[in-house]
Design a binder for this molecule. Structure first.
Ligand code: FUB
Length: 311
């Protein structure tokens, strides 16, 4: 029974405290983390890699949720959102992020909308961090027919500023995109813009604010930070949520998977870099695992490079 529950991601991943960089679970392969603090709990939302051993290409059908009160011991809550929850979509449960507003939780997802384009961005809504979640729009929030969007709309990150204005950033190999969100969180408010100054952007943006400065971390794959076909995590800062941005360097070197995907969060007074790699048993580029390491700051507001304590 335990094995069956583990396969569903419904058992505590580790009874005893594990080293900080152990995978948050080995019950399933996980990727593309997004982090959210609600009260005394750190939630991490992930995709699930289901590619067979040695398989080439992503097989991703659902998004999972995990929680912890110490950033060390994790409880798996199973798949809280699936492709089938979006009746207009049919494949590719890629990167996602959950953003709270007015007591609701909005789960923005990369998903193949089965339309003329490839990937779209959908949004589901729930009444708690663990849902249940339902499609909030009945169609994509962003698709390749959205003026100013990218041919490949993936990897949404949503940030709400101190004045209550929410922004969505997303992007792929054609560069980062951004737009304001209406207060309902399920409609864009104004044009899609292409933020300037985000150098070597590849995918996987993660937006946050610290001490009045806006930070945009993202996966880059330039030879200055990684070997060919691997990503590192660079970041840029700005004084305005839509930029212009100044690139500040590499905060996470390449990992053991070709892709990488950051979520940066403060929890219980400690900052963390949540990311994925291929270090779990049987892991690989399409069988990734989410882990996290501590992140610290210089006095000038720049980030120190994260020390990876897991392969
Ligand atoms: O997991 C599928 C895709 O790979 C994500 O959308 C990207 O961020 C990269 O991790």
């Amino acid at each position: 029974v335990l094995g069956a529950l583990a396969a569903l991601g419904l058992v505590v991943a580790s009874a005893a405290p594990a080293p900080a960089a152990a995978p948050i679970t080995t019950s399933v392969y996980t990727a593309d983390p997004a982090a959210l603090v609600v009260g005394d709990t750190l939630y991490v939302y992930t995709g699930r890699d289901e590619a067979p051993a040695g398989g080439f290409g992503f097989v991703m059908r659902e998004w999972h949720a995990f929680s912890s009160t110490d950033a060390t011991t994790w409880t798996g809550h199973g798949a809280r959102l699936k492709i089938s929850d979006f009746p207009w979509a049919g494949a590719d449960a890629w990167a996602s992020e959950v953003e709270p507003r007015n007591g609701k939780y909005y789960w923005y997802t990369s998903i193949n909308g089965n339309g003329p384009g490839w990937m779209d961005i959908g949004v589901a809504v729930g009444d708690s961090p663990l849902g249940p979640f339902r499609d909030a729009k009945g169609g994509p929030l962003i698709s390749d027919s959205t003026p100013g969007s990218s041919p490949l709309n993936i990897d949404p990150t949503v940030f709400t500023d101190d004045d209550g204005q929410a922004y969505i950033y997303w992007g792929s190999y054609w560069g980062v995109r951004a737009a304001k969100l209406k207060p309902d969180m399920i409609n864009l408010d104004g044009p899609v813009v292409t933020p300037q100054g985000v150098t070597n952007f590849w995918e996987a943006p993660w937006m946050f604010k610290r001490g009045g400065t806006y930070y945009l971390a993202y996966a880059a794959n330039d030879s200055g930070c990684s070997q060919p076909n691997y990503a590192c995590i660079r970041y840029a800062t700005a004084n305005n949520p839509l930029g212009p941005w100044t690139e500040r360097g590499v905060v996470l070197d390449q990992v053991s998977s070709t892709t990488n995907h950051p979520a940066i969060v403060e929890f219980n007074g400690q900052w963390y870099m949540v990311y994925h790699n291929a270090a779990a048993p049987g892991g690989g580029d399409f069988r990734r695992s989410v882990t996290l390491d501590k992140l610290s700051w210089n006095a000038d507001g720049t980030m120190r490079k994260v020390v990876q304590t897991s392969g």
